[in-house]
Design a protein around this ligand. Structure first.
Ligand SMILES: [Zn+2]
Length: 467
């Protein structure tokens, strides 16, 4: 299917221009004024046309617990999350659909799902998410979340002796599952990529990291992990390795241009140099870092050091939305309080570039998506500039990033296929999805996580909080 998007507002060198854009054979084939129309003509008068953004870190099944998680820091929050994790594939399916729809309707055309796997149904979980994303038509980067240590190992010992249960599945069995998933589902041309995704140093052995590096090399896969999200993880790295987590990951060869690292809140200046030198990408998840009290990632320092940055919503249990525009806004202006020198602050134009091109580079897709250039895959979004939340007329990108756009996405194309038209998803029935999410849930208030209660005294001791 070919399209001509007529008379859209675009930016060239920070100036606005009215241009036409032609999509043919899934790619952007022409950009200019008064182009001879090809295929379906879309009138984009008073629409802002931007490359699709990348939701560069989330966990789709967390949608089932949004709004109810306790006010806990990550380590205790995780214990609660897993005590109530959904264990049924129909829930995996619905929350992947929901995550995809919310991402599309907030300007995203790609999603990185650090997907929590149902124990014993690992491949089925991945297959279910693949099916959901293909049905919606979003570009999916599925990063099956793996670990090979049990949850208590993620908290520093603080010089006490701690016994951790062995993880229920062997490291090799876990790697075998990922290799099978790659063979079955990794199909980037078709919009589905599998990533190797050890959750992070807090719950993974070197054997697991090394196995992931080997798979990444064998199949040219991207690598995705959490990194130094909390103070506790910073302490744990010192206990485990006698150096920082970044130094250790560099030593074992995990960091490279295909590696994207979520959070990166507690890094040293030396760590930042290592990320720049290895061309690793930092995924900024500002809302989750605020919600869990993890801290403010030093994003302006990363930018100064030349580290590539992208934005993520993180899972809906620590955000608790999947509104990419909200993450972009907070992730930009949050740093105005960390650096007095306003010349270093992130402008709305920078923010759009980080969200689109930064995201693409972090997934080794910089040559294929992330900008409006001829020859790139057509992952595009138009925004309705007559929407009440974007009026009165000033600077469209300023209104989009700094404002609070409400239902402003008009049309979305992914890989040249239109999946949103006039603000409505065209590929699935969103009313049916709403009904299914409603029917599979109930109103709840208080609940108690047994595991969080058990971990809490040790956590408070190690972190220097009174018991
Ligand atoms: Zn995460």
């Amino acid at each position: 299917m070919n399209y001509t998007i007529k008379n859209a507002l675009t930016t060239v060198d920070n100036r606005y221009l009215h241009q036409d854009l032609i999509i043919s054979h899934q790619q952007i084939s022409a950009i200019g004024t008064d182009l001879e129309p090809v295929g379906t003509v879309i009138d984009a008068t008073n629409k802002l046309l931007l490359p699709g953004f990348i939701n560069a870190h989330t966990h789709s099944s967390e949608m089932w617990q949004r709004g109810i998680m306790s006010m806990y820091p990550l380590e205790l929050w995780l214990a609660e999350l897993y005590d109530f994790a959904p264990l049924d594939l129909s829930q995996v399916y619905l929350s992947a659909l929901g995550t995809a729809v919310e991402t599309l309707l907030s300007g995203g055309t790609s999603v990185v799902d650090h997907l929590v796997l149902i124990p014993g149904k690992e491949l089925e979980t991945i297959a279910t998410a693949v099916r959901a994303y293909q049905e919606v038509g979003i570009r999916a980067f599925i990063a099956p979340l793996i670990q090979d240590e049990s949850i208590t190992a993620g908290i520093p010992s603080g010089n006490t002796s701690q016994n951790h249960e062995p993880y229920f599945r062997s490291t090799q069995a876990t790697l075998d599952i990922i290799e099978t998933a790659v063979q079955q589902f990794h199909n980037p041309v078709n919009g589905v990529s599998i990533l190797v995704a050890p959750t992070g140093i807090q719950l993974c052995t070197d054997a697991l990291f090394t196995g992931c590096i080997e798979l990444s090399q064998k199949y040219d896969l991207c690598r995705h992990s959490h990194l130094l999200e909390t103070k506790a993880q910073e302490k744990l790295a010192q206990e485990k390795y006698g150096c920082t987590a970044v130094e250790h990951l560099q030593r074992i060869g995990y960091l490279d241009y295909r590696t994207s690292l979520a959070h990166c809140v507690h890094l040293s200046d030396r760590d930042i140099e290592i990320l720049a030198a290895t061309k690793s990408t930092v995924v900024h998840n500002p809302l989750s870092n605020l919600r869990l009290g993890s801290g403010i990632a030093p994003i302006l320092k990363y930018r100064k050091a030349g580290v590539n940055i992208s934005f993520g919503c993180d899972g809906a249990s620590s955000n608790d939305s999947q509104d990419l525009l909200e993450a972009i806004k907070i992730g930009s202006i949050l740093h105005n309080v960390t650096d007095m020198d306003y010349r270093n602050w992130i402008t709305p134009y920078d923010a759009v570039q980080i969200a689109a091109q930064g995201g693409a580079i972090g997934l080794n897709m910089g040559n294929y998506i992330g900008t409006l250039d001829i020859g790139k895959q057509a992952d595009l979004v138009t925004y309705d500039l007559t929407n009440l939340s974007l009026l009165p007329r000033t600077d469209p990108i300023g209104l989009l990033v700094l404002g609070r756009p409400s239902l402003a996405v008009d049309s979305v194309w992914v890989n040249g296929k239109q999946v949103v038209s006039h603000g409505q998803v065209t590929t699935i029935d969103v009313d049916e999805l709403r009904q299914a999410l409603f029917n599979h849930s109930q109103w709840q208030t208080m609940r108690q996580s047994q595991t969080a209660m058990e971990l809490e005294p040790h956590y408070r001791f190690v972190m220097g909080l009174s018991n």
